[in-house]
Design a binder for this molecule. Structure first.
Ligand code: FCB
Length: 445
């Protein structure tokens, strides 16, 4: 069965453009550890993990994969996979502990070593500035709900661009602003754990605004690197063809997707969503909207599953009969093709990148091996789905598997494993899973 998979004539690297970007992705708080090492300040996630009951297994990213000390080994792992790109994030509180004061040179030195290690191995550098771990010192003065944070973010962005821009193939401003705004400020299940829709929508606006300001500022510096943003996007279907469900699906798509895409590409918020929000709509000006709509080099798409909207009973994820991952997410590769085609159709995107795609399963390490056939199939089918979009004329130029390593999966702690490389957290032993071997063979072929 698996041999058939490996020899699947339908999927070959050669069927993608020769300069296609093949990578793996991680983020700082999820893998680095070294939370109090060499001057790093606390992030909102350090503070959130200290609150009782917030993280499923009571853990935190304090040690995580200890990547801060083991990065050289992890770079060798990447090189052995044969990827030509690495998407990682810089921890703002590691390089500027209080988010507004002095730079922490030891923190920047770590990223300098990491970047030089990537260059030495011929692996492209794809930097994310904000993968959620903002300095806790800024949260105390309002965090993303405070408009002043935008200017501080721009200073941080410019400093990173000044130091690393010439080595970076791309710089992404924010990873998944919807998650920061809604999960962090409306539902309170992610840091900083607030529960106000009005605050959440103001946060979303400030994230978009700071994106536009940072893109403009980096461009003005003349730094030659691609600039973009990464959104979490899923096609949203109505749970039935009742008018109520159809309308709910349209609104949910508005809140999750169009609320971010329309300002970025059209310079305005969707009017149906504005009307729905009423008094919870953010304060913004025309000038803000023009700033947000800066031309970008690429849009990053993180895709894991599709969603259903219902105006009545909650949708049962098992009802389609499709496989469901350990996160409770339906495996639906066609959704990625549909999504990429829709983005190309509805928005003037120059280039699209699959910046995250992967799955959590209950992996077992048996006799030194992890036979994660389901993850292997997941990756293969989604790479194929990416190819289907390209065949329909969609300009997709990159695919990053989430994730290189098992890591701290936010509110799920270490219970959910997304890595193509297994991590034994007691020993920090790395073991490439079968999915990593499959990716390696695919890339070498
Ligand atoms: C995305 C995040 C990433 C990881 C995956 C599973 O929303 O960007 O850090 O947690 O989900």
């Amino acid at each position: 069965m698996l041999m058939q998979t490996r020899q699947d004539p339908a999927l070959k690297r050669q069927d993608f453009p020769s300069d296609f970007i093949w990578g793996v992705a991680t983020s700082a708080y999820q893998i680095e550890g070294a939370a109090e090492t060499e001057g790093r300040g606390p992030s909102v996630w350090d503070a959130f993990c200290e609150q009782a009951g917030k993280i499923a297994d009571g853990s935190s990213g304090r040690v995580a994969c200890d990547h801060y000390h083991r990065y050289a080994q992890d770079l060798d792992l990447m090189a052995s996979l044969g990827v030509n790109a690495y998407r990682f994030s810089i921890s703002w509180p590691r390089v500027q502990p209080d988010g507004r004061g002095a730079w922490n040179e030891a923190g920047f030195a770590f990223y300098e070593r990491l970047i030089q290690g990537l260059i030495a191995r011929g692996i492209q550098v794809h930097i994310t500035l904000n993968h959620w771990d903002m300095p806790q010192a800024l949260q105390i003065s309002g965090g993303w709900a405070n408009r002043d944070t935008c200017a501080l973010f721009v200073r941080y962005a410019q400093e990173v661009a000044r130091r690393f821009g010439r080595h970076a193939s791309s710089i992404c401003t924010h990873n998944e602003p919807w998650v920061i705004a809604i999960l962090g400020h409306e539902l309170g299940v992610f840091a900083p754990g607030l529960k106000s829709r009005q605050t959440a929508m103001q946060v979303a606006h400030h994230l978009l605004l700071s994106h536009g300001l940072a893109v403009r500022a980096i461009r003005q510096m003349g730094v030659d690197t691609e600039l973009g943003i990464v959104l979490n996007l899923s096609p949203i279907y109505p749970a039935s063809d009742s008018q109520a469900d159809v309308e709910k699906a349209k609104l949910d798509d508005g809140l999750n997707a169009r609320w971010y895409l329309d300002p970025l590409f059209k310079g305005c918020y969707p009017t149906d969503v504005l009307a729905h929000l009423g008094g919870d709509a953010p304060a913004f000006s025309d000038e803000d909207m023009a700033t947000i709509a800066q031309p970008m080099d690429y849009l990053g798409v993180n895709y894991y599953t599709r969603n259903f909207s219902s105006s009545g009973n909650p949708w049962d994820v098992h009802s389609t009969g499709n496989e469901v991952t350990d996160m409770g997410w339906e495996v639906y590769p066609q959704g990625l093709t549909e999504l990429l085609c829709r983005l190309h159709r509805d928005y003037p995107v120059k280039r699209l990148r699959v910046t995250e795609n992967g799955a959590a399963f209950k992996d077992e390490l048996v006799n030194g091996a992890v036979e994660d056939v389901r993850r292997e199939a997941y990756l293969r089918e989604h790479i194929l789905a990416t190819r289907h979009a390209i065949e329909q004329g969609v300009p997709v130029d990159a695919y990053f598997a989430w994730s290189l390593l098992d890591n701290f999966e936010w509110a799920s702690g270490y219970e959910k494993r997304f890595g193509i490389v297994h991590v034994d957290y007691a020993t920090q032993q790395r073991t490439p899973k079968r999915s990593a071997q499959w990716y390696q063979q695919f890339l070498k072929a």
